[in-house]
Design a protein around this ligand. Structure first.
Ligand code: BES
Ligand code: MN
Ligand code: ZN
Length: 501
């Protein structure tokens, strides 16, 4: 898809579809008035008589034969100005793009609304909204109707000010990069588990590394064993698709030995629960149990192109949780890489086991910070719904940065406490730790308490539980049912705004 920016009076611009943003409860601005005038007051009457309120994301298509160079005008509600944010703009742009597709436009022009948002921020939000809102997962559909859906080819953003042309162009570029990385993450998560495996994720990482000249290391099951990652090995040994440990390393020239920011992503290519077998309905979506891996791999593919002046490492412990004569049993005791012993009382609490080894390894790299992404607990959905991720961190500054990036990108997160009262929950009876608690209280926090035991002291660490947002059951403005790519844009924003304290 092609994006460009132009500075022209929208009422003079020739396009198959002109998207005209309208604020709720306000007089038309200059641009809308000029268009309305040419249309003989049509927009005004649609508002007064047809009940078009201009609520956020509300759309109305107007047929405008010969009154304007534009063949159609698509009115787009922005909502009320005092509720405005980049999230609202992203949602509105997504709705507009979908509406343009439904009237079979392959091309449209979008007037960048003037607001409190800076030009690059607006352009980025519009670009992301369009690209993410139009995405559909139809790789496995064979019917003509789905296949013949109109493909958008060209988008022109109409800037209201000549001086903002470059800024809008820059915003478009950031938006494209972030959205494309998000779409890659969606594709991997949407892929069914008969098409992916730990080996597949390793190949994805190798390809990213080759294309972008990153350092990449893949540990196979033997190496995982040799390297004392018995928690990861134990989770993976029941499957015919053996476990992998993936290391991707981006470093600016001369900074190969710098302290990295480390991203860790849970990479279960499928989670049956193992011998603590999941009931069928809970197993349906378990192809998404590698969504954390998708976040960090998708992010790395964009980071390699953005070339920030900061070393960033990605770690993906990957396995398939299955049942067989070799599978882990409830009650097995494994020794993690950092030497701590864990009694595996529930083979379905496997995410924290594979993350234990990855976090131990991360700790050894002397990192600036560790941020992990994991579809870790069903409990996070009970607490927060499919609206935001849960965040548990040992460092308030890091936590605040992540919350802010969440607000800017719309990948929202909500911080949960990590108070001392929770910290004994995972103590073992016959081993150092056990992998479940004896009750169901605070399941997402106690899971994080377990993870914290593998993070070195004084290392700022944040854990994002994305179990309820990685794959959604109902359509949202930016995503159809299925994988969302949640987290990729958050990571990119976080790195773009990273400041040393
Ligand atoms: N992969 C699941 C968590 C999950 C649930 C992801 C729903 C996506 C959607 C994880 O491995 C798991 O099974 N967690 C258990 C932990 C429990 C046994 C302590 C859970 O949440 O039930
Ligand atoms: Mn599980
Ligand atoms: Zn899992």
């Amino acid at each position: 898809m092609n994006f460009e920016v132009q500075f022209v009076a929208p009422s003079e611009f020739e396009t198959p579809c002109l998207i005209v943003p309208i604020w709720q409860g306000e007089e038309f601005n200059e641009i809308a008035s000029a268009i309305d005038e040419k249309l003989g007051g049509l927009i005004q009457s649609v508002r007064d008589e047809d009940g078009f309120k201009a609520a956020n994301g509300e759309v109305k298509v107007l047929y405008t034969p010969s009154a304007l160079p534009a063949a159609r005008v698509l009115l787009l509600g922005l909502g009320k100005r005092d509720k405005w944010s980049s999230i609202k703009l992203r949602h509105a742009a997504a709705r507009a793009a979908r509406a343009a597709r439904s009237i079979k436009r392959e091309e449209f022009a979008f007037i960048v609304p003037q607001s409190t948002l800076e030009a690059p921020e607006s352009a980025q939000a519009i670009t992301e909204g369009i690209l993410l809102g139009l995405h559909i997962f139809n790789d496995f559909k064979t019917d003509e109707e789905t296949k013949s859906l109109t493909q958008l080819q060209n988008v022109t953003l109409l800037a209201s000010d000549q001086s903002t042309l470059d800024a809008v162009q820059a915003g478009i570029q950031s938006g494209q990069l972030a959205a494309e990385a998000t779409l890659r993450a969606r594709a991997w998560v949407n892929m069914p588990s008969n098409r992916k495996s730990p080996q597949f994720l390793a190949l994805v990482a190798q390809k990213i590394a080759e294309e972008n000249n990153l350092r990449c290391e893949i540990w196979d099951e033997n190496k995982v064993r040799e390297e004392k990652m018995d928690a990861l090995y134990g989770v993976g040994m029941g499957s015919d698709n053996p476990p992998r440990f993936i290391i991707l390393d981006y470093a600016p020239p001369g900074k190969e030995q710098d302290a990295p920011i480390i991203l860790v992503g849970k990479g279960m290519s499928f989670d049956s629960g193992g011998y603590s077998l999941k009931p069928s309905p809970s197993m349906e979506d378990m192809k998404d149990d590698m969504a954390g891996a998708a976040v960090v791999l998708g992010s790395m593919s964009a980071i390699a192109q953005l070339q920030p002046n900061q070393r960033v490492m990605a770690l993906v412990p990957s396995a398939e949780n299955m049942i067989s004569g070799r599978a882990q049993r409830p009650g097995d005791i494994v020794t993690a890489r950092n030497g701590k012993t864990i009694e595996v009382l529930n083979t379905d609490a496997e995410g924290r086991l594979i993350l234990a080894d990855a976090l131990s390894y991360a700790t050894e790299q002397n990192p600036k910070a560790i941020i992990d992404f994991a579809t870790l607990t069903g409990a996070i959905g009970v607490a927060l719904g499919q609206v935001c991720a849960g965040l548990v961190a040992n460092d308030d500054a890091l936590s605040a940065k992540i919350v802010q990036s969440g607000e800017r990108t719309g990948d929202r997160v909500w911080a949960l406490p990590l108070w001392d009262e929770y910290r004994d929950a995972m103590k073992g009876t016959v081993s150092d730790l056990r992998n479940i608690t004896s009750d169901r209280y605070a399941g997402s926090i106690t899971a994080a308490v377990f993870l914290e035991k593998f993070v070195g002291e004084n290392i700022p660490w944040a854990h994002l539980d994305i179990a309820s947002v990685a794959l959604i059951r109902e359509e949202r403005p930016l995503s159809m049912r299925g994988a969302t790519g949640f987290g990729v844009r958050l990571v990119l924003d976080l790195l773009a705004n990273w400041e040393e304290d």
